[in-house]
Design a protein around this ligand. Structure first.
Ligand code: EPZ
Length: 420
């Protein structure tokens, strides 16, 4: 396994382009299971997770090829309805093949995804929605087995104890597009990645309204055809790059940004006194001002994204004052706290809260990545710290950030890879 070494203290300067959104790509690739016709997806980031999803599609009967950001998916041998544990367990997002398999083949056998370090990650809302559409569901030997003679439209309330669910909304939407009749999903997730999936389904011939709002209406159709689609920019990568410029006191032009997908983050950074300037479809971020600590509470979109919590904690750990960070989506998503404290941060965990007392600067240290966004937070901390930071288990980082080292090096960062 590799580790990433970062010599901190360099002010990032220059231009960087945001890649396609991982969390849009994954359900959109799953949606290709809803047709036997060819699909082409453009702007696909070259990520570990992208290739994991392609590996899931192939045993399900697809020929799926990735070539420089372009994925083509065509029908291969006879479709198969079983998604194996050994593949699903490598990436929980692959659970979103359940809806399209059931929609297209009227049966599906998908391994239950495990939990992960950020939380238990239940799938009760996925199963509630699929059952409401008329599927018989059983759990056997770690698999969800779903079958139906015919899916029918339904009114489905999909809100859970933590609010809406992104992938449950995706799964139910993909099962409903070929169901007979009208489906209404109440308390649907509003994330831009859900909207991008809906837009792809509409290009395939689906009838969907209300995507991006808490009420999505779907009129089932008989058949979906192939489509060509370009993925939206990754708002979490964009947010991470914004914080990289701020935490190093840099001056970075971030290109390919959907400004309105970053509302909650930009609002918080305005409150902290950061200087962000829109330059067309790009964002110029200058980290030359002393920032104020702000309090963060993560919420479903359009609230502050949980996937930016660790990164914001790193920025607050070197910002004067006290910042209270409350995690309302994954109350245990604090694996990065101990690692940041190893770098000299003053962070105290209190249940779903982390109290961050900002200090002048962090000191580089050997730290360990635990999940995708925690590792992003550690990279930001390393960029700002005095001395060298080595981050082990960086395969977590490679799951969601395309060419992150190259992008940071192009901005002047002293970053390199070593064998563990
Ligand atoms: C998506 O995961 C993202 N992954 C996650 O990003 C992101 O953190 C999460 O949404 C929240 O925004 C992808 O899109 C591939 P949820 P998802 O269902 O859909 C609870 C990253 O770093 N819940 O919206 O699995 C759940 O426990 C990843 O890119 C239920 O209770 O998350 C959580 O507390 C990490 N029952 C809350 O809902 C269910 O059936 C939101 O989870 C499903 C979820």
């Amino acid at each position: 396994m590799d580790k990433l070494i970062i010599e901190g203290g360099v002010k990032l300067k220059g231009e960087v382009t945001v890649s396609g959104a991982k969390n849009a790509v994954l359900p959109i690739l799953a949606a290709t299971l809803l047709t036997d016709e060819p699909c082409v997806i453009k702007g696909v980031p070259n990520l570990r997770d992208t290739h994991s999803m392609l590996k899931i599609l192939r045993p399900l009967g697809k020929i799926a090829e990735f070539d420089k950001g372009r994925v083509s998916v065509t029908a291969g041998k006879a479709p198969n309805y079983i998604a194996e544990y050994k593949l699903v367990s490598t990436m929980r997002a692959s659970f979103c093949v359940l809806g399209p398999l059931l929609g297209k083949l009227k049966k599906a056998k998908v391994s239950l995804p495990g939990g992960c370090v950020i939380g238990v990650r239940p799938v009760d809302l996925h199963l509630k929605g699929i059952r409401a559409l008329g599927a018989d569901i059983s759990i056997d030997s770690g698999y969800v087995i779903a079958k139906t003679n015919k899916l029918h439209g339904a009114y489905i309330y999909l809100g859970g104890v933590y609010g809406s669910s992104v992938l449950a909304t995706d799964n139910v939407m993909m099962a409903a597009v070929l169901a007979g009749g009208k489906t209404i999903i109440e308390s649907a997730a509003c994330e831009p990645e859900v909207v991008d999936l809906a837009e792809f389904l509409i290009k395939m011939g689906a009838k969907i309204k209300g995507h991006g709002t808490p009420v999505i209406e779907i009129e089932g159709v008989k058949h979906l055809h192939g489509a060509v689609h370009s993925i939206i920019p990754d708002r979490i990568e964009a947010g991470t790059l914004i914080l990289a410029s701020l935490i190093t006191g840099g001056d970075v032009l971030i290109k390919n940004v959907q400004y309105r997908h970053l509302g909650a983050l930009i609002d918080k950074l305005d409150e902290a006194g950061a200087h962000l300037e829109r330059v067309g479809a790009a964002l110029r971020v200058k980290g030359n001002k002393k920032l104020r600590s702000v309090n963060i509470t993560t919420l479903p979109y359009p609230g502050f994204p949980t996937d930016m919590q660790a990164q914001m904690m790193s920025l607050m750990s070197v910002t004067g004052g006290i910042s209270v960070i409350t995690e309302k989506i994954y109350p245990d998503r604090f694996m990065h706290v101990a690692e940041l404290n190893r770098m000299g941060a003053h962070i105290q965990r209190e249940g779903p809260h982390a109290i961050v007392e900002g200090i002048k600067s962090l000191s580089g240290a050997p730290v360990m990545a635990s999940d995708l966004r925690a590792s992003a937070g550690l990279v930001l901390a390393g960029l700002a710290a005095r001395g060298a930071t080595s981050i082990s288990r960086i395969y977590h980082l490679e799951r969601g950030y395309e060419f992150i080292e190259k992008k940071l090096i192009n901005l002047g960062a002293k970053v390199w890879r070593e064998k563990e």
